[in-house]
Design a protein around this ligand. Structure first.
Ligand code: ZN
Length: 148
């Protein structure tokens, strides 16, 4: 099969609620994300492409820009969420701490939801630290998953 990957980057703030280390403090990252996607029918199209890179930019890339970039991510039960909302901010809330692992899964799940046959998401929180999310049915897309 063929796959293509595209890199995205965005900035965010977060903190890890009830964590003992220094990531308990509100701080920020410049994330680098690489999303690998399987081609539509395991063959190249008439233009020789498995999937047009532009497609990834205009679908998943736009969602990352509009939804994730320059936002604060918090656990839903973090009391800071209310403080920020009261101050006019719109923190993005997660069921659990917004770690690199959960952010990789969030991007993966959204890619599946918009119809991409995503294979894996690599999420670099810093230059040295990466989390990867994939699944046993990776690359099959949402349709195949529903049929299971
Ligand atoms: Zn952090």
């Amino acid at each position: 099969m063929f796959s293509v990957a595209r890199e995205f980057s965005f900035s965010y703030g977060h903190r890890l609620f009830r964590y003992e280390g220094r990531c308990r403090r509100l701080h920020g990252h410049n994330a680098r994300v690489v999303v690998e996607v399987r081609g539509e029918d395991d063959a190249l199209d008439e233009l020789g492409m498995a999937l047009d890179f532009t497609n990834l930019k205009e679908t998943l890339g736009r969602w990352i820009d509009e939804t994730l970039d320059h936002r604060v991510f918090l656990a839903r039960n973090d009391p800071l969420a209310k403080v920020l909302r009261d101050a006019g901010e719109e923190p993005l809330l997660f069921d659990g701490n917004p770690t690199a692992e959960l952010l990789a899964k969030t991007i993966y799940d959204h890619a599946v939801m918009i119809g991409l046959r995503v294979i894996k998401v690599d999420f670099w929180e810093t230059r040295n630290c990466r989390a990867t999310y994939t699944r046993h049915d990776a690359g099959r897309g949402v349709t195949a998953e529903v049929q299971d």
